[in-house]
Design a protein around this ligand. Structure first.
Ligand code: G3I
Length: 386
């Protein structure tokens, strides 16, 4: 976070930031390093501590911030329960910068009793942080980092080397320059933690993209080594999906951890993304036996992107099954001592990535579109308390 903030401060001195934000654009908020004035015809308007926005027309309110919505009761919040009852480090949620103008959404997200950890869904990815070769922009990520810091929440950096959301330039530079570009990116950006994201295909073979194609599997060692050098305190993770239970992909990941350890390459944890499907989630024991194979290697694991989608429309039966399924995953994390925490991939269906990716599916989160807790929420609470 310190590096993120420091670099953002330097960026704030550069000429481009004297530009004005466009209509509906961000113009302020903790951590915001971009323009703080708006184009003609719009007014920079305070939404919450983390977001001011250029709204059409003249200012209609004073500069006094609106009162903060009342926080939900904290005694049974998920983070409180995860820490006090289940011995975990946190219960967390992903979020994304465009969601921060939503004051009702923020009121729940910033409640530390519910969420003790935050993952930025997009704004620390490579296309956001290094859009041109050697040109870094931490403004979006810094807003999320400031949000987490202000609310006493742990931040999970996401991510450094992934095949997706890469800027075009990385695929056009000479192959001989890719290694240096990877090292520079990791060294400049890292706070923590998802250093390598989704390195394997579902059959356990290596995913082919610019880093693997240019550097072979050695890119993993390069990135982890650079990350450790950049921030010795950060926990360094490899994160993937479809490794939550035993199978070819989980075996490939286990073997990779063993190879890294044998070569003295730093690896602290494996992220189990856990983008799951209602009715297809096995009992907790299936997760536990697989996760304990990883923790037996001396590393930790975390559930990093949990959501459990269904084919719409939601029915009472589907929501009840979803409650059971959330319970299974969170119970498994509770049972595995070195499962440090659970992060849901945004807490509300209002901002879930699922409907835009899986046509006809959705309702994957524990809070509904109106920010009301669903039966899944009770499944999580039960897992953390029993
Ligand atoms: O920023 C542009 C915006 O300018 C444009 O108007 C809009 C039009 O589609 O697109 C916006 O970018 C979108 C971006 O999210 C920010 O909202 C991309 O199209 C969209 O593809 C992107 O989706 C993200 C996805 O990763 C990309 O693969 C999701 O929000 C994000 O939740 C998702 O997260 C991934 C994890 O990083 C890794 N594990 C899987 C997980 C789910 O796919």
């Amino acid at each position: 976070m310190a590096k993120f903030s420091a670099l953002a401060s330097i960026l704030s001195l550069l000429p481009f930031v004297v530009a004005q934000s466009q209509e509906w654009g961000q113009c302020g908020g903790e951590g915001w390093a971009g323009p703080t004035t708006c184009v003609a015809g719009t007014t920079c308007t305070f939404m919450n501590d983390f977001y001011s926005q250029c709204l059409p027309g003249a200012a209609t309110t004073t500069t006094t911030p609106p009162s903060t919505p009342t926080a939900p009761a904290s005694g049974s919040g998920l983070n409180t329960l995860a820490k006090a009852n289940a011995g975990k480090l946190y219960f967390g949620s992903a979020t994304d910068n465009p969601e921060l103008p939503d004051t009702a959404y923020v009121a729940i997200l910033q409640n530390n009793a519910q969420f003790g950890q935050i993952t930025p869904g997009n704004s620390m990815k490579w296309d956001a942080t290094e859009p041109s070769n050697g040109v870094f922009d931490f403004s979006g990520g810094d807003v999320i980092a400031s949000f987490a810091k202000a609310n006493g929440q742990i931040l999970r950096g996401h991510n450094l080397a992934w095949y997706n959301q890469l800027p075009a330039w990385i695929n056009t530079i000479p192959t001989t320059e890719v290694g240096a570009a990877l090292t520079t990116h990791v060294t400049t950006v890292v706070d923590a933690w998802d250093v390598i994201n989704e390195p394997f295909n579902d059959d356990g073979t290596w995913r082919e993209y610019v880093f693997f194609n240019s550097l072979g599997s050695n890119y993993v060692s390069m990135a982890l080594t650079a990350a450790r050098a950049a921030d010795p305190a950060a926990k360094l993770y490899i994160n993937d999906y479809n490794i939550e239970t035993a199978g070819a992909k989980a075996t490939a990941m286990l073997n990779l951890v063993k190879e890294l350890q044998a070569a003295n390459i730093p690896i602290d944890g494996i992220g189990m993304e856990s983008h799951l499907i209602v009715g297809e989630v096995p009992a907790a024991s299936s997760f536990i036996s697989n996760w304990e194979q990883f923790t037996a290697l001396g590393i930790e694991i975390a559930v990093t992107e949990l959501d459990i989608r269904m084919t719409l429309p939601a029915t009472t039966a589907l929501l009840a099954q979803q409650q059971t399924d959330y319970n299974s995953v969170v119970s498994a994390c509770k049972a595995v001592a070195k499962c440090v925490g659970v992060t849901i991939w945004d807490y509300t269906d209002k901002y879930s990535w699922v409907p835009s990716t899986f046509s006809g599916q959705g309702e994957a989160c524990p809070w509904d579109l109106n920010l009301v807790e669903k039966p899944a929420y009770n499944g999580i609470v039960a897992a953390l308390t029993t």
